[in-house]
Design a protein around this ligand. Structure first.
Ligand code: NGS
Length: 263
């Protein structure tokens, strides 16, 4: 590490135009990639962000994340995975798509994956975007929850896994359509393989959440969670199906656009 990282970082939540933000940060290479010029980065990190209909959030997110990550001197790329159509949103399946597609890019070789909601912004520069030896739940202290951990097993919001950890648990489940449960399913997958979830200290793992309407909860989430231990090895990355519509290399992000069907 070449620079000293201080704690709190300012947040700009005012309305921003995505097209305008995309003209900022000349240090970032096409597709939202960055490598520190004067140090050899210890980590090669892909940030995977599921997305639909949140252009304003995306502008604020990119405007916050690039300067934040560049200061950490990591080698990183930001991948925005957009679900087309009006079917229920499937956050977990989009993570699986992002994992596979980011690997297929010309600049691949990611060892560490950060699975990131677009509406969460880290507030402390010491919250390093890397993957330790155990999976890390990054967004432990969110303002919406009064900066307290809602429950011990929570793995939602922002989480980090190595390529090996993610592959061993067979990625996320593809079956969670609508809000809730998919992160608990991943938490259970990790538990079944004897991983334990790590967290930074609550004074570091601080995030602010952007305002949005509550999404439609998935009525099947509790029953799906009952089956995780029986099916996780057979259902996940290994059974992922999607139609890749386009990949666009924008300045501040790689835009992966997909159709996924709810069956
Ligand atoms: C739990 C959900 C998780 C979710 C967490 C926090 O109840 O998927 O709330 O949600 N689990 C179930 O519904 C089974 S939040 O308010 O941050 O959107 O991550």
């Amino acid at each position: 590490m070449c620079v000293r990282l201080n704690g709190p970082v300012p947040v700009n939540k005012t309305e921003l135009e995505l097209e305008r933000v995309d003209t900022q940060y000349p240090e970032v290479a096409c597709g939202g990639k960055y490598s520190p010029p004067y140090c050899t980065a210890r980590h090669k990190v892909a940030i995977i962000v599921p997305f639909r209909d949140r252009k304003q959030h995306l502008a604020i997110f990119l405007n916050h994340m690039h300067p934040f990550l560049m200061k950490q001197e990591i080698d990183y790329g930001i991948f925005i995975v957009e679900q087309l159509g009006n079917a229920n949103f499937n956050r977990a399946k989009l993570f699986n798509v992002g994992f596979l597609e980011s690997e297929k890019q010309k600049v691949g070789g990611w060892q560490c994956f950060i699975f990131h909601d677009v509406d969460l912004l880290p507030l402390d520069q010491r919250n390093i975007y890397s993957c330790p030896s155990q999976p890390r739940h990054m967004s432990a202290a969110v303002d919406k929850f009064d900066f307290k951990l809602p429950y011990k097993e929570i793995f939602g919001g922002v989480s980090a896994m190595t390529k090996e950890q993610f592959t061993k648990v067979n990625g996320f489940s593809n079956e969670y359509w609508g809000w809730g449960g998919e992160d608990d399913d991943m938490s259970a997958r990790l538990r079944y393989l004897n991983y334990h979830i790590e967290r930074y200290n609550m004074s570091i793992a601080r995030y602010t959440m952007l305002d949005h309407e509550k999404s439609k909860p998935n009525p099947k989430r509790m029953s799906l969670l009952q089956t995780t231990n029986l099916i996780f090895k057979k259902q996940g990355l290994s059974t992922l199906e999607y139609e890749l519509v386009d990949i666009v290399h924008r300045h501040l992000y790689t835009h992966i656009i997909v159709n996924i069907d709810e069956r």
